[in-house]
Design a protein around this ligand. Structure first.
Ligand code: ADP
Ligand code: MG
Length: 491
């Protein structure tokens, strides 16, 4: 599939680089001991440090540093033994210090890479430039009073990791895959809760367009997008806009843009001329951060199995396709559930593809309907495994199994009990099936004649009728065999 945009005159390539802000999962803030809990009463989690009272000193939260190092390891990135906290100076009502403590020249994490997987089984590396730590700002509330703006400092000082990519992304879809993959890695690591709705993960999107093979064009930066859907919409709109400007002989100005989620359009927030000069300088209240190799090695040992490792294991051990494996491992909870099914019975390993189907199509649709997360599924992994085994062993047909699954979902009973209670066991007894088939052929004599004179398609009709007569319980393979042999004898 080509990623190129067809303009009126030329074809264009979109070039995208993302700056992702991920809130560190920790109980307290980066430089103070206030809580980071979401949704608390405004200004109830603000220490003197967060409110920037004169003379207050920041104290580094070691746990946040460890979380950033672990994230760096998960992004296959270089961990820098030496990094520096700088002051990024600007004035804003929700920034009481008048500066944000961030990292500029010497970030804690350097170059890394993230792999994205496509439907056709291929994959692509997106290079990471850096990851640095910084404080979040407070929040201005414009919707509380018609005449006033209020300031809530609960978020002030919360630790953020800014993850910057190289401009390696070439389409809205790739951007979506990239941010999903980062989110998945962080959630496996437990270094960010990945909640985009609550703003724990949000992105600034840098976009330019160029004719394929030419140098990069001038980019615009769309600020603060907190859903994958909006990121894709914004990219599609903005790249199209840039193509139109360029084809009409215009130039792209390097602007910072905002995306309006109700119109689906971008609009300028500020131009490069208005860009801030942040006057970065090392924060005199904080010493450079030094982490020795031994400490990094210790943290390496705490890294759990990550999505790419799991994907590899699924492909190698369970023979799943690269894409199936990547879909399954994208969400840790789903992947854990799958692992628990396979672990529950030795024979299920060979039926992994069937397990995947029952999990991702049948169970998922029931869960979605009721809006239940997989970790709260009324059907345990063990019971889903047992259902698959019953199908494999021809105790029930796949069709009946769907009804059993619904019943399992509603009653939490195990499949054997339901099959017993409802008398759903498959009929494999040939004489029983023969009686049914004979009845059907007897009742449809005309059709049988038509079949014998060449209307082969009618076989399906006889199968359907017989199946119905057996209340769906006849073993389909045996039924087909008996039907064919009875019909051939009529020649
Ligand atoms: P700044 O320091 O001005 O923020 P960076 O060099 O750090 O600029 O780049 C910020 C982001 O913009 C990075 O994610 C990078 O990949 C992306 N980027 C840089 N050049 C381009 C371009 N021409 N088109 C699209 N994205 C770009
Ligand atoms: Mg930047």
């Amino acid at each position: 599939m080509s990623n190129l945009i067809k303009g009126k005159k030329y074809e264009w390539e979109t070039v995208i680089g993302l700056e992702i802000h991920a809130q560190v999962k920790s109980n307290s803030k980066l430089f103070s001991n206030s809580s980071t809990a979401f949704g608390s009463k405004p200004n109830s989690q603000v220490s003197l440090v967060d409110a920037a009272m004169p003379g207050m000193l920041p104290v580094i939260n070691k746990y946040c540093i460890e979380q950033a190092v672990k994230t760096g390891i998960g992004l296959k990135a270089k961990i820098n033994n030496y990094s520096v906290f700088d002051r990024k100076n600007y004035f804003y009502a929700d920034l009481p210090q008048g500066y944000q403590i961030s990292q500029y020249k010497y970030p804690i994490v350097g170059e890394g890479k993230v792999i994205i997987d496509f439907k056709d089984g291929s994959s692509k590396d997106i290079r990471i430039v850096r990851l640095h730590l910084e404080q979040d700002a407070g929040k201005s509330l414009h919707d509380q009073n018609p005449k006033k703006t209020y300031v809530d400092l609960n978020r002030s000082g919360v630790a953020l990791m800014e993850i910057v990519s190289e401009p390696d992304i070439r389409s809205a879809d790739e951007a979506g895959l990239y941010i999903s993959k980062i989110r998945s890695i962080l959630m496996y690591l437990g270094t960010c809760d990945g909640n985009m709705q609550e703003g724990s993960l949000r992105a600034d999107v840098n976009i330019s367009v160029r004719k394929p093979g030419y140098e990069y064009g001038t980019r615009c930066e769309i600020k603060n997008l907190n859903s994958i859907k909006f990121i894709k919409q914004a990219i599609n709109y903005e790249s199209q806009r840039q193509v139109e400007v360029l084809e009409e002989g215009g130039v792209i100005e390097q602007n910072t843009l905002l995306f309006n989620t109700s119109t689906g359009k971008t609009r300028p927030m500020r131009s490069k001329e208005e860009a801030h000069d942040y006057r970065y300088f090392p924060d005199p209240d904080l010493l450079p951060l030094e982490i020795d190799q031994e400490e990094i090695n210790k943290l390496k040992k705490t890294i759990p199995e990550l999505p790419d490792d799991r994907k590899k294991r699924y492909v190698e051990d369970y023979n799943l396709s690269n894409y199936d494996a990547s879909v399954l491992t994208a969400d840790k909870l789903v992947s854990d559930y799958f692992d628990n099914i396979i672990k529950s019975d030795k024979t299920l390993k060979e039926s992994s593809k069937i397990v995947v189907n029952w999990l991702t199509s049948e169970l998922f649709s029931l869960l979605n309907e009721k809006n239940i997360e997989i970790n709260n599924s009324p059907i345990t992994p063990e019971n889903l495994g047992r259902l698959v085994k019953l199908i494999k062993e021809d105790i029930i047909s796949g069709k009946i199994a769907k009804d059993v699954l619904v019943e399992m979902f509603n009653t939490k009973e195990d499949p054997e009990k339901i099959i017993e209670r409802k008398g759903l066991k498959q009929v494999t007894n040939t004489s029983e099936i023969e009686i049914i088939v004979e009845e059907v052929l007897e009742e449809n004599k005309k059709m049988v004649e038509q079949y014998l004179s060449g209307k082969d398609k009618l076989l399906g009709f006889f199968v359907g009728q017989s199946m119905q007569k057996s209340k769906g319980k006849a073993n389909p393979k045996i039924l087909n065999e008996i039907l064919k042999s009875k019909l051939s004898k009529k020649h």
